[in-house]
Ligand binder design. Structure first.
Ligand SMILES: [Zn+2]
Ligand SMILES: [Zn+2]
Length: 241
């Protein structure tokens, strides 16, 4: 297997909400599916690269928030590709349980008021369900890497680590103010909501120990390892962020 490219698919402008296409010579993996009704935007992004939905071999949904799982049902249908997700977020994917949001600051509280995170998305059934600390080898889908459990943002959050030392971590960390790249895009900060910052910092530290050099996120980014190390050390040493 040769090089792997990470193509950002902007769901909202200025890095506010990102999905990604992991492109290798042997296959394409879609990471996250944007807010509801993003399928046309994702279809157009694929077209710009000479691709269609049918080129997607696997869809990774990093967690059950509406800005990541919102268009999963449609894209599963159009691509006929399997979805991998974690069992701990399954009740939300099936819309059996309403998501609760622990806001991390003023922006989270404001973002809740916009209603975007609370929007109902079409339920879907993941084809591959990771349980506990299961991991899935991406080689059968043409990409050298793995997807595995990294709980903390939600209990069912998963991340992708690629052989080129790049990782796609969903909402374990974000950057920039106002959900992305307006200013301070190179500075790590918490996403608008998270369940447990300490649990997340431990997962980030573990990814750093495994040699991740660049982090790609749902909001803002990418971030270099040093910045993520600074951020996670600050949380683990009990300082306010
Ligand atoms: Zn989230
Ligand atoms: Zn998000």
């Amino acid at each position: 297997m040769k090089d792997i490219d990470i193509i950002r698919i902007p769901i909202l402008p200025m890095g506010m909400v990102n999905a990604y296409l992991v492109a290798s010579t042997n296959g394409y993996i879609l990471v996250d599916a944007g807010i509801p009704n993003s399928e046309n935007k994702i279809g157009k992004a694929l077209k710009r690269h000479g691709l269609t939905f049918r080129d997607i071999k696997l869809i990774v949904i990093t967690h059950a928030h509406a800005d990541h799982a919102g268009s999963a049902y449609k894209i599963q249908k159009y691509s006929r590709a399997p979805i991998v997700a974690h069992e701990a977020d399954l009740p939300y994917y099936l819309r059996e349980k309403a998501m609760t949001y622990c806001t991390t600051g003023w922006f989270g509280r404001f973002f809740i008021k916009t209603g975007i995170p609370l929007v109902e998305y079409e339920k879907f059934i993941p084809d591959i369900l990771l349980k506990g600390t299961d991991s899935l080898d991406l080689a059968p889908f043409g990409v050298n890497g793995a997807v595995f459990s990294t709980p903390g943002h939600t209990q069912g959050s998963i991340s992708i680590m690629l052989s080129n030392k790049k990782a796609l971590v969903g909402d374990l960390v974000s950057s920039g103010i106002l959900l992305g790249g307006i200013i301070r895009n190179g500075t790590a900060m918490p996403p608008p909501f998270e369940d447990s910052s300490v649990e997340i910092a431990k997962e980030l530290s573990s990814l750093l120990v495994q040699g991740v050099e660049t982090f790609y996120m749902g909001h803002g980014g990418p971030l270099a390892a040093d910045e993520v190390r600074r951020y996670s050390n600050r949380i683990l040493h009990g300082q306010k962020n």
